[in-house]
Write a protein that binds this ligand. Sequence first.
Ligand SMILES: Nc1ncnc2c1ncn2[C@@H]1O[C@H](COP(=O)(O)OP(=O)(O)O)[C@@H](O)[C@H]1O
Ligand SMILES: N[C@@H](CCC(=O)OP(=O)(O)O)C(=O)O
Length: 372
Amino acid sequence: MSQARANIAGARSIVVKIGSSAVTEMSDGIDLARLDALADALEARMRAGSDVIVVSSGAVGAGIAPLGLKKRPRDLATKQAAASVGQLLLAHAWGTSFARYDRVVGQVLLTADDISNRSHTANAQRTLDRLRALHAVAVVNENDTVATNEIRFGDNDRLAALVAHLVHADALVLLSDVAGLYTGDPRKPGPDGQPARLIEEVDGPEDLDGVIAGTGGALGTGGMASKLAAARLAADSGVPVLLAAASDAAAALGDASVGTVFKARPTRLSARRFWVRHAAETHGSLTLDDGAIAAVTARRRSLLPAGIVALSGDFSDGDVVELLDKSGAVRARGVTSYDADDVATMIGHSTSELPQDLQRAVVHADDLVPLA
Ligand SMILES: Nc1ncnc2c1ncn2[C@@H]1O[C@H](COP(=O)(O)OP(=O)(O)O)[C@@H](O)[C@H]1O
Ligand SMILES: N[C@@H](CCC(=O)OP(=O)(O)O)C(=O)O
């Protein structure tokens, strides 16, 4: 067995994300038998000594049938209505299922703002820690009824990876309706007419060459692309990921012998750079000339005002901004040392031309993270 699988099998703290497709059915709502089987596997892992946090999707899926809807709604208001009905049922179902083991469940609903705002992050972290200390299992979901399109995590794969980072988990397990990552959408033949193949191990980006990450099922949100993005995010924080079928939960949470394993990067991003890269909300952008793009991405230099050609947004010093190239592509993110009004006066000037109080870099190299 590979080291990454052994690390997941032996992880002391683990975040387990359960997809909508694993716990809900379009016409019947929550599938209680499948949910019980998942709770059995989660309880077994806790009894074996691991701390487990569950991130459960399925609120929207669970609300579809009771509201008499025919399919997963697309518009935000109906999705939120379905989630408000479904979340209640989902939390109750988890509570009832874990009660078979006298295990208490705590519901934790988070918005992206809770993770990008440092004081909210600390509160969420404290709640999760205390639930663990009290032997209760946290069941986390996005707080769908207040999350608008602009401020959504987008999908629970991303939320689960951010939670894994937040609680310093040793492993992330994504349970879906598919056995793992395939070379292409397993529902379709590949471009060569051959069926897609299961990839057992992803050690780095080179193992994803040619892989087609397609859309999800009728109940899921992000499909395979969001799982790959989440695996990348987890790898950045040093957390290995196992992607497996929910029907294989006992093996996935036992010896990790099933599904696709994503190795974590050996050198993890510092907490601050991880926050800049993945978690922080951005408040504006700076457009850079080609020389400045090369300096900040390839040579890892600080951003000086001479390389800035334009700015947008009303940011304050300490905010995270996007650094764009001239085509508008986001090439890096970083913490600005000045507010937008100051940067506007500095654009294009060399440092020596500026007054003493404006002679620091606009974004210091330590606070700047290039995007691949
Ligand atoms: N390369 C791929 N490998 C595996 N599954 C894929 C791939 N491309 C697309 N998919 C689809 O993604 C689905 C899982 O995504 P999704 O429905 O969003 O799951 P969940 O509800 O568990 O988050 C699978 O059922 C599968 O059909
Ligand atoms: N918060 C939403 C999650 C949507 C979502 O990301 O679904 P999935 O792709 O199945 O993990 C819900 O509970 O329905």
